[in-house]
Design a protein around this ligand. Structure first.
Ligand SMILES: C[S@@+](CC[C@H](N)C(=O)[O-])C[C@H]1O[C@@H](n2cnc3c(N)ncnc32)[C@H](O)[C@@H]1O
Length: 455
């Protein structure tokens, strides 16, 4: 909006969803980084709060973040705030009138909404709150149906549903600017997806992964464990070209048993391309192929802007790789190669090495790491001297199990590493957690708990 450039000292308020708390900060930081902007919270920043105030941004920056974010619900230009209604009033009276006036003109229409977090207000109390804002110099007419400008009074009653205070802990008033993309969670739900499998990634998390990876228009994104392509669906929504591979012939070709309760076999055209077609992004589909991630087929070059993936944990899909045993011979005329176990530690070491070679500089790797919580420590997260760890967010699955969304950025080409120094480099730490993880997960009770948790 033209007026925003001439107005000064603006602060913006983000209202965030209270799920996937760990994923919110890396998402907003990544989306700001796409605009070349740092994350500057103002005042008393609390990461777990549903409200964040940000400094140093333009309205265009905020709109750009909101056009991608699935963690943020809405954004406001913050006009005033305080611990009490009287503090809010003082703050609003001190807000520069030149910042307000473009939205309060005689010929304009407006409405005021009241939003309360962790408390429900009676209708009459809402009206009282709105009436109390009369001291603001609104000159336009109220329009409840289609106002030109929307304002919101937001009251924060804390995050404990068992201890709701009588009065709000904090109050904000601002001009609504944009909503986030929460609607994508519903519109792209795997429940209504054309082609799904047992491990299809949840839509919200797929979009979060694409955001953590800073997937941008015209990027080339690769998923080495592509399955039914949920991550490609999310990346293609952000207009990236997408490709992937999977060891499973049936998955890549959309054949075999269906994962739907009421259907025995997959129907015709149940495949990844059809998924993209369902969401109108088929033109971003490059291709997928049957291949083993442990034996990459790509030429040695920095080919991908982002690699985002959900590797197999060996629970509902096996961790296999191609290979022969002396005593196993390949069945005649079979397209299924002989396979052997692919240990979790090797999967992650291979993934990091592959990313170091095939990401462009500045490109991101985003992947899930399964974790046995009682034994988790930061040291189990694999590192690589060519990749900088950006974020490590936990999604709890049960009291003992979780998975961590790891984001890394390529900072160096492998050719720049001195080979001997590289081996001695403590930052190169292949995944250490898998012995404890496998022993506990793949034995009796834990295996059952983990399977139930990710159902
Ligand atoms: C957790 S699933 C990925 C699910 C996918 N994100 C989706 O939304 O459908 C892991 C996938 O890795 C595949 N896989 C297992 N071992 C592999 C290997 N060695 N190379 C390539 N893919 C492999 C499995 O067939 C499975 O489809």
């Amino acid at each position: 909006m033209a007026t925003s450039n001439s107005r000064s000292c603006l602060q913006y308020l983000l209202h965030l969803a209270q799920d996937n708390l760990d994923f919110r900060l890396p998402e907003i930081k990544a989306l700001l980084a796409l605009r070349g902007k740092p994350f500057h919270p103002s005042g008393n920043f609390k990461e777990k709060s549903p409200f964040w105030c940000l400094d140093g941004l333009s309205e265009e920056d905020v709109c750009s973040v909101m056009s991608r974010s699935v963690c943020a619900k809405s954004a406001f230009e913050l006009w005033g705030h305080g611990k009490t209604h009287s503090e809010l009033r003082t703050s609003l009276l001190n807000y520069p009138s030149e910042n307000m006036s473009p939205f309060m003109q005689k010929d304009s229409t407006y409405r005021i909404n009241v939003y309360t977090f962790n408390k429900t207000l009676e209708f009459a109390d809402r009206i009282k709150r709105i009436d109390a804002m009369e001291f603001l110099p609104f000159e336009g007419a109220v329009s409840l149906k289609s106002p030109q400008h929307c304002f919101c009074l937001l009251e924060d009653y804390g995050t404990d549903p068992n201890d709701i205070p009588e009065h709000p802990n904090y109050i904000y008033f601002g001009r609504w600017i944009a909503d986030g993309q929460r609607e994508l969670i519903r519109s792209h739900s795997v429940k209504n997806r054309h082609f799904i499998g047992n491990t299809s990634m949840d839509a919200g998390l797929s979009f979060i992964m694409a955001n953590h990876a800073k997937v941008n228009e015209n990027d080339l994104v690769f998923d080495p464990f592509v399955g039914t392509g949920s991550l490609l669906v999310a990346c293609s929504h952000f207009r990236a070209y997408v490709c992937g591979m999977d060891i499973d012939y049936n998955t890549i070709h959309g054949r075999g048993r269906s994962s739907r309760k009421d259907q025995k076999w997959r129907g015709p055209d149940e495949n990844i391309r059809a998924n993209l077609r369902q969401y109108g992004t088929e033109e971003m589909y490059v291709d997928v192929m049957v291949s083993d991630a442990s034996k990459p087929v790509w030429r040695k070059a920095a080919l991908f802007d982002a690699i985002i993936t959900d590797p197999p944990y060996g629970i509902r899909e096996s961790t296999r790789r191609t290979g022969s045993h002396k005593d196993i011979t390949r069945p005649p005329d079979s397209h299924v190669p002989v396979s052997q176990a692919y240990h979790l530690s090797d999967i992650f070491t291979d993934l990091l090495n592959f990313s170091a070679h095939h990401l462009v500089l500045g490109g991101r790797l985003v992947y899930w790491l399964p974790v046995y919580r009682p034994e988790y420590c930061e040291e189990v997260v694999p590192l690589h001297p060519c990749l900088r760890l950006i974020s490590n967010c936990e999604q709890t699955l049960s009291s003992h199990t979780s998975r961590r969304l790891i984001t890394m950025e390529k900072i160096k080409n492998p050719e720049e590493l001195d080979s001997l120094a590289h081996l001695a480099d403590p930052r190169f730490s292949p995944y250490q957690g898998h012995n404890a993880f496998r022993e506990k997960y793949f034995s009796g009770q834990n295996k059952k708990m983990f399977s139930q948790a990710i159902e």
